[in-house]
Unconditional design. Structure first.
Length: 417
């Protein structure tokens, strides 16, 4: 049993007992160290909750600049134009003019622009490295008709070869660009032998293999052919899959381009097009950050609640185990509020200790992640200051009921046990 201390002694001449801060500290430390293993496990929930709290806020602040830069470089420089066909799309299969690329590229701030649409093939048509008549099995792959501007706007990284250009598009050449994954499945490993890919029984010379793209990732899974070639073989866009335009702009020019694109394509009927501007980077980043904050703060709150329940349970068990000690203190003059304060101090100390350890672990996590990703770690001072206080508050709240229960123990009843 911890030492009784001055708090358990009644002063002479009936003077009311006192419980000094020094006695409170000594008794609380003795109560915690009496069972160190259980105290450590009790504080673990608070450590996890506070550590998660610090790590979430620190990682969110650290990644904000990274989110900004990525949105600025890619999303904020991309504009999409959809062909809606106006009020009667069934009578207008393709609203984009033949020189759509040139019209948009004439606008200030546009880097590249091009029209594309998925080709509707006959059911059962496959893509293979040999014609179906040769008995070869093909792959089910999408065929995309695209102008050269689409490839430039997508910013492909080629494993081999080149992309097709305005010459191929203007003359309707039977050439194709395929992704590296599709090329591997078809057994095309080199372009030195001028391999061909067959869409049904139509042969297209493969002039380039794409390893990766910055925009429009579905091109990696498609066979991309010149727009005029596709129109000549399969016709233009169908009603179910209308054409679109991909526009790459200079940084900061996307919203201006979005406001001018429809009018530049068709001054008489701009309503035939729906222009999709890029999202506002700050708004989008704020939305992403807010969603992440809400999710992980919920997890941190759950950890804190678990820690509070652990502290409350352990403190209540300690009250039951120390009933005799509490009764003896009361018999020697300790008042109910002295008992309450002592147990609150013990639970608050466990919470504060868990908060300090959790803050340290959370900070180390943020720094380690930032160093691993070569980022600059960002942790707001308010987070570091607030986190241990949150642990203290958790411990005090968790100890309210056990402390009140301890203060209600009557000396005579306790000493009889």
């Amino acid at each position: 049993m911890p030492g009784l201390g001055k708090a358990a002694r009644r002063s002479p001449a009936g003077e009311r007992s006192r419980f000094s801060p020094q006695d409170l500290l000594a008794e609380s430390v003795a109560g915690i160290l009496q069972r160190p293993a259980r105290s450590a496990l009790t504080a673990l929930g608070t450590v996890l909750g506070v550590g998660t709290f610090v790590a979430v806020l620190g990682l969110t602040a650290t990644t904000s600049s990274q989110i900004d830069s990525r949105f600025n470089e890619l999303t904020a420089t991309e504009v999409t134009v959809e062909d809606t066909g106006g009020d009667q799309p069934e009578f207008l299969a393709n609203a984009f003019p033949a020189d759509a690329d040139r019209r948009i590229e004439a606008l200030g701030g546009v880097r590249e622009a091009g029209v594309y649409w998925p080709v509707q093939l006959e059911p059962g048509t496959t893509v293979g490295a040999a014609p179906p008549t040769a008995g070869a099995t093909g792959e089910e792959a999408q065929v995309v008709a695209a102008s050269p501007g689409v490839l430039a706007a997508a910013e492909p990284r080629l494993a081999q070869g080149r992309t097709f250009d305005t010459y191929h598009d203007r003359h309707g050449e039977n050439v194709a660009l395929i992704g590296s994954g599709l090329a591997s499945r078809l057994g095309i490993s080199t372009l030195e032998t001028a391999p061909a890919v067959f869409v049904g029984d139509r042969a297209f010379t493969v002039i380039g293999i794409v390893e990766d793209v910055e925009r429009k990732a579905d091109l990696l899974l498609s066979v991309v052919v010149p727009r005029t070639t596709a129109e000549e073989i399969w016709g233009g866009p169908q009603s179910g899959e209308r054409a679109r335009m991909l526009i790459s702009t200079e940084l900061g020019a996307a919203r201006q381009i979005a406001s001018e694109a429809a009018l530049a394509l068709d001054p008489a009927h701009p309503e035939h097009f729906k222009v999709v501007p890029p999202p506002e980077p700050k708004t989008l980043r704020g939305s992403v950050t807010s969603d992440l904050n809400q999710l992980f703060m919920l997890l941190a709150g759950i950890c804190l609640v678990i820690g509070a329940v652990g502290i409350a349970n352990t403190t209540l068990v300690a009250v039951l185990e120390r009933t005799g000690e509490i009764g003896l203190r009361r018999a020697l003059g300790a008042r109910g509020r002295h008992i309450t304060v002592q147990f609150l101090a013990e639970s608050g100390a466990l919470g504060a200790l868990g908060g300090l350890v959790g803050t340290s672990l959370g900070t180390v996590t943020v720094v380690a992640m930032a160093v691993h990703r070569e980022w600059t770690p960002v942790i707001h001072p308010a987070t570091v200051v607030t986190a241990p206080l949150a642990g203290l508050a958790t411990g005090v709240l968790a100890g309210l009921y056990p402390a009140w229960r301890a203060s209600r123990i009557q000396p005579a009843e306790a000493l009889r046990r």
